[in-house]
Design a protein around this ligand. Structure first.
Ligand code: FNR
Length: 407
């Protein structure tokens, strides 16, 4: 009985009238369809199909797409499937502790929210819903520079530990102002995205002439006259990036950032040992192994494949995090076994937001948490520190010496 109550039943939600009407103006809007449907969601990935059905094509494609051939997009998932468990048995797993401390903050679990832009395209509550869901789950939300809610608005949703993702604009006054505002609004760290000097080639966005719907703005930049995105002959976002984002960004700017803020800086988008060492030298307080959800350079390895190289190069001097393709509690465990201090999720947030707003994001966090707890129990781990490299086997592990068969 209790179990049924706990399960998520997704109803095609009613947008508020204003938003609904605006959304109707977008091509192929499913808001037009009246069908109400109830569906039980039992895992994180199922939200994608619901989002696809509900969202205008332009919006869904923007959220779902990867760059070019989308090889890395598939690989981000596939690589997890090639890592297998070496579970330990007959260990008392009646109590499992998933708590952790990240950047000095106590979290309920090592599962956090990655920055994803323009969340009000998914649901009218957008980033507010995500912030509330993260806070209720006792974890961190990272707010995108390109959010459709400002740092101040997100802060006003209530208490919560929040990081701010930064894109560095050509106009450094804009950057300095924004960083100051984030700090004042109580954000605790900067996630500096370093894999986007130009926008990756996302062909669906080009075909759809993707642009921010006219009833929304990039709220953090509204007062700076940079909140709107013009339509372009290809992707409006790619044009916006070409116009505003600083392609000259380099390691010296990581140092510069430290002169304008006391917030620690996590470098987001590192996938090699070389850059790990440079990031630490430049004063990074942490590293996020990320390929931007496969939306930037195609044919980079899955992040779970790059993780161990980065962890080794970091030598425990700063924490290393991972994002990209995490959809199961088993994925979380594998990342931790390879040395990550925690993971971030991107698309599951926007898809579940589209499906059922704050309740959807809460449910995603709850499902991942429960799956992770179960994975720990079935692997014989009762706390995060008990998760070791020996709990998994990867394709790049040397074959274990087998005892010679007795004849
Ligand atoms: C992103 N990502 C991203 N990253 C960033 O630094 N700033 C941003 O504004 C965005 N926006 C954004 C929008 C959408 C729709 C997606 C899917 C991704 C990348 C994001 O932070 C993260 O690296 C990936 O999403 C992680 O991969 P998964 O979980 O989506 O597979």
């Amino acid at each position: 009985m209790c179990e049924t109550k706990d399960r998520a039943h997704v109803h095609v939600h009613t947008y508020n009238i204003h938003f609904h009407q605006d959304l109707m103006t977008l091509p192929n809007s499913l808001a037009k369809r009246k069908s109400a449907r109830t569906m039980e969601v039992t895992n994180v990935s199922e939200y994608q199909a619901i989002a696809k059905e509900k969202l205008p094509k332009m919006v869904y494609d923007y959220y779902a797409s990867g760059a070019e051939d989308q090889w890395t997009l598939e690989e981000n998932r596939n690589a997890f499937t090639r890592i297998l468990f070496r579970p330990r048995i007959l260990i008392d797993v009646s109590k499992i502790d998933m708590t952790t401390t990240i950047m000095g903050f106590k979290l309920s679990m090592p599962i956090m929210i990655a920055p994803t832009a323009m969340q009000k395209m998914a649901h009218p509550d957008g980033e507010y819903a995500t912030a509330r869901a993260a806070s209720a789950a006792g974890t961190i939300m990272t707010l995108s520079s390109w959010a459709t809610s400002s740092v101040e608005e997100v802060a006003s949703t209530g208490p919560g530990i929040r990081f701010f993702q930064l894109y560095v604009y050509k106009d450094r006054n804009v950057v300095a102002q924004l960083v100051r505002r984030a700090e004042r609004a109580g954000f605790k760290a900067i996630a500096l995205t370093v894999d986007t000097p130009r926008l990756g080639r996302r062909e669906a966005d080009i075909k759809n002439r993707f642009t921010l719907p006219p009833f929304l703005t990039l709220k953090n930049f509204e007062g700076l006259d940079l909140g709107k995105m013009d339509e372009a002959n290809d992707s409006g976002l790619a044009s916006y990036v070409a116009g505003q984002i600083d392609r000259t960004l380099s390691w010296k700017d990581v140092k510069w950032l430290q002169t304008i803020t006391t917030m620690p800086i996590l470098v987001k988008g590192v996938i090699t040992a070389e850059d790990t060492r440079l990031a630490i030298q430049a004063g990074a307080a942490g590293i996020i192994v990320s390929n931007h959800g496969a939306r930037q350079l195609d044919y980079v390895p899955a992040t779970i494949m790059a993780l161990e190289e980065v962890v080794k190069a970091a030598q425990g001097r700063v924490p290393v995090f991972l994002d990209g393709g995490v959809r199961r509690g088993t994925d979380v465990f594998k990342a931790l076994a390879l040395g990550a201090s925690g993971i971030f999720i991107g698309r599951p947030v926007v898809f579940s937001l589209a499906a059922e707003g704050e309740a959807g994001v809460r449910n995603v966090l709850k499902m991942l948490r429960e799956e992770f707890e179960l994975t720990m129990a079935l692997s014989g781990c009762t706390s995060l520190k008990e998760i070791t490299r020996d709990h998994i086997v990867t394709p790049w592990d040397a074959p274990k010496a087998r005892p010679a068969p007795r004849l």
